[in-house]
Write a protein that binds this ligand. Structure first.
Ligand code: GH3
Ligand code: MG
Ligand code: MG
Ligand code: MG
Ligand code: MG
Length: 315
């Protein structure tokens, strides 16, 4: 009734697709008011080692989405009491974009335009009931692949290729709003500009490859020093910026001083040689909501740290 062609070549197809389908950690949420249909789809998906959650109405689906941030895909029926598939898709899209949670609409309704309406409202795909099992698997697989691709592209566009820290573009996507929110709610935020001392000499002495190794190591040490709520980015060549989530100036100063101490003592192996380096830092407790200004003031302090002999934090 729900599925066409439960035929003899079914197992062959399952095997073929099984080879193509990687085992995924991502969860799939099935939303349908028919328990029988949910069980069937659930069974089809668990056969593929997908992890499946079930909801019998829209409200429960939204609760489950909030509780399980690892749900990547929602497969939703159209006709359901109270919140129907359109309304659910609409509500999902108000909370999560297409690259974060995929939605596939399903319907057996003979009404015109269901598929187009699902897609317009924000579904990633649509499938008419009854469907062929192979097609169902292909759509699930293709949509998950697409979500993975979205994710990879986003990640790559936010990441500095050499050091794997966030890049400047990402920094300016997230930090200005963080600063505005913090200023509004009276929280203390800080900005630190970090620059490697005499990096040109490191390049001159060890070559560009040696310089790169030093940069990667430095980035790792910097990253490890800060908390998840701090945004650590590579701004350019050998220059890094840390935007601190809520923090006291004393605590930020101590952290950065300990970073300088650690880098001063660090031996970075490069071939048969050991690279050593020091950092200079300008740290500024943010006073206003204009990030550019706060950064340029942190930069001034960095310049003073350089002028005052390098290897130090200037507050
Ligand atoms: P200061 O102590 O005043 O900061 O001196 P410095 O030599 O560190 O500063 P400067 O800004 O003059 O030089 C930075 C150098 O970093 C110049 C550039 O060739 C090098 N650089 C920039 N990006 C990279 C990179 O990705 N890899 C390597 N190896 N070097 C880079
Ligand atoms: Mg229904
Ligand atoms: Mg229906
Ligand atoms: Mg430098
Ligand atoms: Mg520099």
């Amino acid at each position: 009734y729900w599925i066409k062609e439960y035929s003899a070549n079914y197992d062959y197809v399952v095997q073929a697709i099984e080879q193509l389908t990687r085992n995924r950690e991502h969860k799939i949420l099935i939303v349908d008011d028919s328990r029988g249909f949910r069980r069937l789809v659930s069974l089809l998906l668990t056969r593929k080692r997908y992890e499946v959650l079930e909801a019998d109405h829209g409200g429960e689906a939204l609760n489950l989405l909030a509780k399980h941030p690892d749900i990547r895909l929602v497969v939703t029926d159209y006709e359901m009491p109270e919140v129907n598939g359109f309304e659910l898709t609409h509500r999902i899209r108000r909370l999560y974009d297409k690259s974060r949670v995929g939605v596939i609409g399903l319907s057996s309704s003979e009404e015109d335009g269901i598929s187009a309406r699902f897609l317009k409202i924000g579904a990633n795909d649509f499938l008419k009931k009854p469907f062929e099992v192979e097609e169902f698997y292909c759509r699930i697989n293709q949509n998950l692949e697409m979500l993975d691709l979205f994710h990879q592209i986003k990640q790559a566009s936010n990441t500095d290729f050499l050091t794997k820290l966030f890049n400047r573009k990402y920094f300016f996507e997230v930090a200005p709003a963080m600063l505005k929110r913090a200023m509004f709610s009276g929280q203390k935020m800080a900005v630190a500009m970090i620059d490697i001392d005499h990096f040109k000499k490191i390049n001159d002495r060890y070559g560009h490859d040696g310089g790169d190794v030093a940069l990667v190591q430095t980035a790792q040490v910097i990253k490890a020093k800060f908390r998840p709520q701090d945004v650590v980015a590579r701004f350019g060549g050998e220059e890094f910026c840390v935007f601190f989530g809520p923090i006291e100036l004393e605590s930020a100063t101590r952290k950065l001083q300990s970073l300088c101490d650690e880098m001063r003592g660090l031996e970075i192996p490069f071939g048969n040689e050991i690279i050593r380096l020091t950092l200079s830092v300008g740290l500024r407790l943010a006073k206003g909501e204009h990030l550019d200004l706060e950064i340029s003031l942190a930069d001034k302090l960095l310049y003073e740290a350089k002028r005052g002999g390098r290897d130090q934090v200037m507050v």
